[in-house]
Design a protein around this ligand. Structure first.
Ligand code: PLP
Length: 385
């Protein structure tokens, strides 16, 4: 077909989008948090090809940095192309075979999502339920493992919907006795909350880039330990998700460097820089910073007459569920903060809908000046009501 035979190009009159401009929000909700300026700078660098020696070198560095952030020696430790849900799905798709019993801790929104996903991969899902904001005790987990003898126990380490931290120490020993893989969601903990994958015996973990790692959303870490890799290698059926099949993706990230899909080059630059920032600061210092700023927030909230939904012992430093005082319109407060201070906080989900605000202090955003500004803005918002 020559040019003068083309049909007329339609809809040109609708192409009136102005140049992109976005408000300078301070993202103090459940995520994304603001990316660190150095991460945004890395994101904008020129591209190389996804098999370029320079990129392969960067991949190796990223894996080493990610192993540090997670405190693991797992060989199969990779950034998945996609948001946290992609790594979540990869963790299940690769470890579950149809009919496998999977016990899932459901004490918040993301436990629910794990059940939904695991069911789609043919798991026989057994729900272990608790009220939103509570955590599972070792005795409860031991009893569930004894009753169900599952192939996988899936727990959310940091429930972004409730602000609760699930203690993991000792859980792996219980799993070993039952022949169970321990799989954890560390989306809101990696880089902000103490986490020792190998010392705690975690077999499978995933996370996201946009929370305590201060990178934009779009790339998400996944790691499989030796017992999980063993299960993957012995599968009788193919991983039922081509894009997330770690037996293939792992070859691109391993020594073979076989093309699987085009890595999102610039997201990998950004992610590497985010991990470099974690290593530069040091995990202990970073965890301490998150804890100190969270404590400052909790003390300031108490002065305003605002309590926290989760008992202190299990409270996440990265995400606080602040109880909306009686008679206060929580939604109006959030709108006030956004419109007057460019601060984003979020409403409660599910069982906590209308009851709490979710306040995140994650990664680059976990800073004293953010806490002080938020508390001053909150005080003003409450006074207006
Ligand atoms: C605990 C938890 N798991 C999984 C996810 C899913 O990640 P994403 O929204 O990046 O797909 C989130 C996102 O907020 C999360 O907080």
């Amino acid at each position: 077909m020559s040019q003068n035979q083309w049909p007329p190009v339609v809809n040109t009159n609708r192409l009136n989008a102005p140049q992109l401009d976005v408000p300078p929000r301070i993202l103090l909700g459940p995520g994304p948090s603001n990316a660190h300026p150095r991460v945004l700078q890395a994101l904008g660098m020129r591209q190389v090809g996804h098999l370029d020696p320079a990129f392969i070198n960067l991949m190796n560095e990223t894996q080493t940095l990610l192993r540090y952030a997670w405190q693991t020696d797992n060989q199969l430790t990779v950034p998945v192309s996609g948001t946290g849900s992609a790594a979540m799905e990869a963790s299940l798709a690769n470890t579950i075979e149809p009919g496998d019993v999977v016990v899932t801790g459901v004490n918040g929104y993301f436990g629910e999502r794990l059940c939904d996903m695991a069911g789609r991969y043919g798991a026989d899902v057994r729900r272990l339920e608790k009220a939103w904001g509570e955590v599972f005790s070792p005795d409860e987990l031991r009893a569930a493992l004894a009753e169900h003898r599952p192939a996988v126990l899936a727990l959310v380490h940091a429930e972004t919907s409730t602000g609760a931290r699930q203690p993991l120490e000792g859980v792996a020993e219980l799993c070993r006795e039952a022949g169970t893989l321990l799989l954890i969601d560390s989306v809101t903990s990696l880089g902000g909350v103490p986490l020792f994958l190998d010392a705690w015996g975690v077999d499978v973990a995933y996370s996201g880039s946009q929370k305590c790692l201060s990178c934009p959303p779009g790339i998400s870490p996944l790691t499989l330990g030796p017992r999980a890799v063993n299960k993957l290698n012995r599968r009788e059926t193919k991983v039922p998700n081509w894009y997330l099949d770690m037996s293939m993706v792992g070859k691109y990230w391993g020594s073979e460097r076989t093309y699987h899909h085009t890595a999102p080059i610039n997201m990998n630059y950004a992610f590497r820089e985010a991990l470099r920032l974690v290593a530069e600061e040091g995990l202990e210092a970073r965890w301490r910073r998150h804890q100190e700023n969270a404590e400052l927030l909790w003390a300031g909230l108490a002065e305003l007459g605002i309590g926290c939904h989760v008992p202190r012992e299990y409270r996440l430093p990265s995400l606080t569920t602040a109880v909306i005082p009686a008679g206060i319109d929580g939604k109006a407060v959030a709108v006030f903060l956004r419109e007057n201070y460019n601060i984003e906080i979020a409403a409660g989900l599910g069982q906590l809908g209308g009851k709490v605000w979710r306040i995140g202090l994650m990664g680059f955003n976990s800073r004293r000046e953010n806490v002080t500004l938020l508390l001053a803005a909150l005080k003003e918002a409450l006074a207006r009501q």
